[in-house]
Design a protein around this ligand. Structure first.
Ligand code: PGA
Length: 249
């Protein structure tokens, strides 16, 4: 089975000014110096450039939290893949549940965004996950399968191993209510099966868990055979906590 390098992403959401971002990077880098893991910081757009320059030469890579699929045009408030590349971004979160829930992100637009990111050389971090109602109704697998099939519909199977998938149950995001390692493993293993059926080299795809990951629960979650890392929100705002999570992987 191919080795999958652990992948730890800090999703800052709408937190941190440029000065606060600099402070974070300066505090984080000495703590994770020797890590062999993939470490990715996802700052708000305005701090992207500064985080790129401040992490240059380190193990840390940088991702945006969203992107528009068009090359350019009359899309007020949006940014393109080329703009992110120009700033030095390596990756981009696509389809975060907050984008889906509050900003009308659809599977149709994600089906366009994922191939655009890949073609530009940006690593997509594609988020999927079920609501509490869907879980309670026994529809978790149906939701995950539908999202993966729809969002990756235009991606060639051989390209799917370049996508990082993040399984984030909506009921666990920012709630302090983490999925149990068994629940997370089950969903992530299912997602891997869907990718395999789609013709992808599923053993090579990194699939992360996200939703109230903390230093105290990170090791147990990431010890699960199919969980290859974490997309961390709240706990990624503190360099000590995020470094501890990187260490736990
Ligand atoms: P959380 O957020 O760690 O604060 O639950 C995770 C995410 O939304 O990516």
């Amino acid at each position: 089975m191919p080795e999958r390098t652990p992948y730890l992403a800090a999703n800052w959401k709408m937190h941190k000014t440029v000065a606060e971002a600099e402070e974070f990077v300066d505090a984080l880098l000495p703590k994770i110096g020797a890590t062999g893991n993939d470490v990715v910081i996802c700052p708000p757009f305005l701090a992207l450039g500064e985080v790129v320059s401040r992490t240059r030469g380190s193990a840390v890579r940088v991702a945006a939290q969203n992107m528009h699929e068009a090359e350019s045009g009359a899309f007020t408030g949006e940014v393109s893949a080329a703009m992110l590349l120009d700033l030095g971004a390596d990756a981009v979160i696509l389809g975060h549940s907050e984008r889906r829930q509050y900003f009308g992100e659809t599977d149709e637009s994600l089906a366009r965004k994922v191939p655009v990111a890949l073609a530009a050389g940006l690593e997509p971090i594609l988020c999927i996950g079920e609501s509490e109602e869907a879980r309670d109704a026994g529809q978790t697998e149906g939701v995950l399968e539908r999202q993966l099939q729809a969002d990756l519909a235009e991606v060639d199977p051989v390209e799917i191993s370049r996508v990082v998938v993040a399984y984030e149950p909506i009921w666990a995001i920012g709630t302090g209510r983490t999925a149990t390692p068994e629940q997370a493993q089950e969903a992530v293993a299912f997602a891997r099966d869907v990718l395999r059926e789609r013709g992808a080299e599923a053993e090579r795809v990194r699939i992360l868990y996200g939703g109230s990951v903390k230093p105290a629960n990170a090791a147990e979650l990431m010890a699960q055979p199919d969980i290859d890392g974490a997309l961390v929100g709240g706990a990624s705002l503190d360099p000590n906590d995020f470094a501890a999570i990187v260490e736990a992987a």
